[in-house]
Design a protein around this ligand. Structure first.
Ligand code: SF4
Ligand code: SF4
Length: 474
């Protein structure tokens, strides 16, 4: 990409040609306050908060709509800019209800942030604030507080530019303007949670997160969404470890993490809301013949049955490293021929993010030449079988195909759907309790951080190491 030389606050920088002044400044680490501008939306120049001084220009310019030019000299913090910023903030806050103490966005709100940085004025308006509806239900997941809205139109542009649908618009004019859906219909999209995330203030908030916990008590950990093969980048938000927060659930919110190559800064509602079910139906104890068993007993049973295994069914929720170790043990060392993986049934797909293949690591398994099973596979399993379970627990098909006299070992974080078919259940870590790498549908390898510690269970990798130690001591 060709570069141009510009000066920002008297310091020379080389920036990409074609960028707006706002994006160019950001690319060299200089933040220009803004509400309406968004990395993945077209510039609108609506909020005026990003005004900057450009040498030679008669008036201050909106940095989001002004492209950089060779030799341009920009001032982002001059007296004129700071004065304008303060006045614009005063206008944005003229009718604002100032209900930060009960607003879910508090601590993460651009109005609050910029008021602290540039506002700090005495209110000069001596008029009654304009009142609007404060609890408009936009969808099952969203609520709109029109009094908090600053009319930046990010929500309108997100729906038109990213979703390709006109779901919202600005109605009326001047100080009576407000955001609404057409005919007051509820928003219906698989991407609804992004409206709350893209709103820079607390106007659109997430009903599922409402009044749950304050933003400043949350820690964001990096992960990916495993619910389809795209592997959208996400933050898993969990409460800070504080004595009086002891009773909070460890998983509080899933939000998007910017990755221009994979999901930009958006995720679908499945990733945002359905990942909570990964925390349900957990099992923390081993079970053999309907009795609870500890790790010593599990090892003993494994020793008795490992060498009778003829079929191994891997899971597409295993990491690259777990798959590699499993293949080195069962394919290379034991020379087993019947190694498959269970592919969760294909689902819907769209042109935005959602992929048909609902498996997080099927690309890697297929790349390693592991055959995919589905409900049409014509296979009958013989001999003892080792199954790596996954979140969907839809292994009914697999279990039905296994001969009744076979010894079945299931390694799974979840209570099995058909416990009567399992001879040994080994409890394993769920997706949030392990770390490693996954490969998405384009072959991009992505790292997953361990979000939660859980010493009651072992990761599939640790269980495979246990199996390895048994095999090699034979
Ligand atoms: S609801 Fe939020 S995103 Fe939409 S216009 Fe108002 S402030 Fe902007
Ligand atoms: S598009 Fe796929 S990977 Fe992305 S959030 Fe949705 S289900 Fe998860």
């Amino acid at each position: 990409m060709p570069k141009v030389k510009i000066k920002i606050n008297d310091v020379e920088y080389e920036v990409e040609q074609g960028l707006s002044v706002l994006d160019a400044a950001e690319s060299v680490g200089i933040e220009i306050p803004h509400f309406c501008a968004h990395k993945y939306l077209k510039p609108a120049g609506l909020c005026r908060m990003c005004l900057v001084e450009i040498k030679g220009a008669r008036k201050l310019q909106t940095s989001c709509t002004t492209p950089v030019k060779e030799g341009m000299e920009v001032y982002t913090e001059s007296d004129a800019v700071v004065k304008a910023r303060k006045e614009i903030l005063e206008l944005h806050l003229a009718n604002h209800p100032l209900d930060c103490p009960e607003c879910d966005q508090a601590g993460d709100c651009l109005l609050q942030k910029y008021y602290d940085e540039y506002g700090l004025y005495e209110r000069r308006f001596d008029i009654e604030r304009t009142h609007f509806e404060k609890d408009v239900i936009l969808s099952d997941n969203l609520i709109l507080d029109r009094e908090r809205c600053i009319l930046c139109q990010r929500c309108v542009r997100f729906s038109e530019e990213i979703l390709g649908e006109k779901l919202l618009a600005v109605f009326e004019r001047g100080s009576r303007s407000y955001i609404a859906t057409y005919n007051d219909e509820k928003i219906s999209t698989l991407y609804s949670g992004n409206f709350a995330e893209i709103c820079p203030v607390g106007a659109i908030t997430d009903r599922r997160f409402r009044f749950k916990i304050r933003n400043w008590f949350l820690i964001k950990k990096e992960s990916i969404c495993p619910l389809c093969e795209r592997g959208c980048n996400i933050y898993v938000e969990t409460p800070k470890d504080r004595p009086y927060l002891k009773n909070y659930e460890r998983l509080q919110r899933i939000s998007s993490r910017d990755n221009p190559e994979i999901n930009k800064s958006f995720i679908c509602d499945r990733g945002r809301y359905e990942l909570f079910s990964l925390e349900e139906n957990r099992i923390y104890k081993g079970i053999s013949e309907m009795e609870e068993v500890g790790w010593q007993k599990i090892k003993k049973i494994l020793k008795e049955h490992l060498f009778t295994i003829e079929t191994v069914i891997l899971s597409s929720w295993m990491t690259n490293e777990e798959i590699d170790l499993a293949l080195s043990l069962f394919k290379d060392y034991l020379n087993l021929k019947n190694i498959y993986f269970w592919g969760n049934p294909a689902g819907d797909e769209d042109e935005i993010l959602i992929k048909k293949d609902k498996n997080p690591n099927s690309y890697y398994l297929e790349h390693k030449k592991v055959k995919r099973l589905n409900s049409k596979s014509r296979i009958d399993f013989k001999g003892s079988t080792l199954i790596f379970g996954d979140f969907f627990r839809e292994n009914e098909f697999v279990l039905k195909k296994i001969e009744d006299e076979s010894f079945v070992i299931l390694i799974s974080p979840y209570i099995p759907s058909f416990p009567e078919k399992i001879n040994l259940l080994i409890p394993s870590a769920n997706f949030f309790e392990k770390e490693g790498y996954y490969t998405n549908f384009e072959g991009r390898i992505q790292e997953v951080e361990r979000i939660f510690e859980n010493d009651k269970v072992k990761t599939e990798f640790e269980i495979l190491e246990m199996i390895e130690s048994i095999l090699r001591k034979k």
